[in-house]
Design a protein around this ligand. Structure first.
Ligand SMILES: Nc1nc2c(ncn2[C@@H]2O[C@H](COP(=O)(O)OP(=O)(O)OP(=O)(O)O)[C@@H](O)[C@H]2O)c(=O)[nH]1
Ligand SMILES: [Mg+2]
Length: 451
């Protein structure tokens, strides 16, 4: 899905990240590459320009997140802007009234009829609507009604059709049937057209007046070229669309034109079609799509974790305590838990620029040290953690060793490390001086923990 766009953007970022600095020149190079990637993927020029402008503003004003290298800083910004471009959040269908009414419109062969049955499947499975009526309003293509009927019998939903009638007459009859028989939803399948056709457009306007649908969805193929933008604009002007569905995303289409519609028309993308089966249909999630395009799901998760971690007010609070010399084992425990929240220390250390490469063995050892420390400190009482001098009392020591299931050697080592850490306070202070964001760099703690 969108492999072309994904490959090109990834390459652009990789190339830019080789320089490993985020100065104006490097930002320019990055932006030029990304711009090319977008245009080659068929993204509309206006959309690409705006996107580049936004990424530029963000990159120039960036506050470097401690723990992220240049590549990840760029990914973070591009991911954020791409998500925005795609619409930020999924927008669900308006199903507030019964029967809910949905109208499908679009050019020929984009997947309107197929999508009707996909939508039925989804509304049943995810929205608990059981009785759904599909209405055959494509009265021009001879096989169109038969196609919908066949989909209906394959997937057990009702199809309404009426020979020798106008689209408006069909719609009126279907609506009264739906009301009388308490249908949950009615979906109108309409005729496709090769290009904007005045007569067909007027027919859609009449259909809209008759049905007053809560949703009018433009079905767009991912394979569309730039001409889809004008076409969609006309549909939108005449019908005031409520959203779009991008189909055929499983193809090797570049997809940029269809994706551009969201920004140009301010039209939410509600679903995506990814195959011919009724199940090949998903809600459109801008953030997930952005991640997929960046092809860096794992990296993004780590970035997220790093940001989350650094944003933590509590982390700042406890680290301020450490720097001011007032830290105790409660603060230490809190920090250890935050590190754990970020997952494996090895993956984390990889992201920290300037961090010497550790062997797997060293990483495992660091991980284990932190893990052990957490277990032992967890077995202490709050009072003991607040006043570690109490830990010298043999009775307390024995209790903690027993409670944590560790041995005396490990316990003593932890205390030694804690003392060492206190002694290294000055060193720590200097480390934080160089850290503008005031954030907490877990590498400092792990090195002090003897990892
Ligand atoms: N691979 C793939 N094929 C799709 C998808 N959606 C629809 N199709 C196929 O595209 C072709 C056209 O689909 P239809 O549902 O008939 O399209 P339509 O918009 O109703 O076409 P007209 O009624 O002629 O305008 C069919 O062969 C579908 O199986 C999709 O998401 N992926
Ligand atoms: Mg059709």
């Amino acid at each position: 899905m969108l492999d072309f766009l994904s490959n090109r953007i990834t390459k652009a970022i990789d190339k830019a990240a080789k320089k490993n600095t985020l100065n104006e020149e490097n930002i320019q190079i990055t932006l030029r590459e990304i711009r090319l990637a977008l245009l080659e993927a068929d993204v509309n020029l206006k959309v690409a320009k705006l996107f580049i402008k936004n990424v530029k503003t963000e990159l120039l004003g960036i506050t470097i997140t401690p723990g992220l290298d240049v590549k990840h800083q760029i990914i973070k910004v591009v991911d954020q802007e791409l998500t925005k471009l795609l619409g930020t959040k999924n927008q669900s269908l308006n199903l507030s009234i019964k029967p809910s009414t949905i109208m499908m419109v679009g050019l020929q062969g984009t997947g309107k009829t197929t999508t009707v049955s996909k939508l039925v499947y989804r509304l049943r499975k995810h929205n608990k609507l059981t009785k759904i009526l599909a209405v055959a309003c494509d009265i021009y293509r001879p096989a169109a009604i038969a196609q919908l009927k066949q989909l209906g019998s394959q997937n057990q939903f009702d199809v309404f059709s009426m020979p020798d009638s106008s689209v408006v007459e069909i719609a009126q009859a279907a609506l009264s049937k739906a009301k009388n028989e308490f249908y949950d939803a009615v979906i109108f399948d309409t005729a496709g057209r090769l290009h904007i056709d005045e007569n067909l457009m007027d027919e859609l306007v009449d259909l809209k007046k008759t049905v007053k649908p809560k949703e009018i969805l433009l079905v767009v193929s991912a394979m569309s070229g730039q001409d889809i933008i004008n076409v969609a604009q006309v549909f939108h002007d005449k019908l005031t669309l409520t959203g779009s569905i991008i189909t055929q995303l499983d193809s090797d289409a570049r997809g940029g034109a269809a994706l551009s519609l969201r920004q140009l028309l301010n039209l939410p993308i509600k679903f995506i079609g990814t195959g011919e089966n009724v199940k090949d249909f998903d809600l459109f999630h801008p953030e997930r799509m952005a991640q997929r395009i960046l092809g860096m799901g794992d990296a993004l998760t780590l970035i997220e974790k790093a940001s989350e971690f650094i944003d933590e007010k509590s982390a700042k609070k406890s680290i301020n305590k450490i720097v001011s010399g007032k830290f105790n084992m409660n603060d230490l425990l809190q920090n250890l838990r935050q590190i754990k929240k970020m997952g494996k220390i090895g993956g984390l250390l990889k992201l920290i620029p300037g961090m010497p490469k550790m062997s797997n063995e060293q990483k495992d050892k660091a991980q284990e040290t932190l893990f052990l420390a957490e277990i032992i400190i967890s077995s202490m009482t709050f009072k003991e953690r607040a006043n570690p001098k109490l830990l010298k009392q043999p009775r307390r020591k024995q209790r903690i060793i027993k409670g944590s299931g560790r041995n005396a050697q490990e316990f003593n080592k932890l205390l030694r490390q804690y003392e060492q850490m206190k002694k290294q306070m000055d060193k720590m202070k200097n480390m934080f001086k160089g850290n503008k964001g005031g954030g907490f760099n877990p590498a400092n703690l792990s090195s002090l923990m003897g990892g």
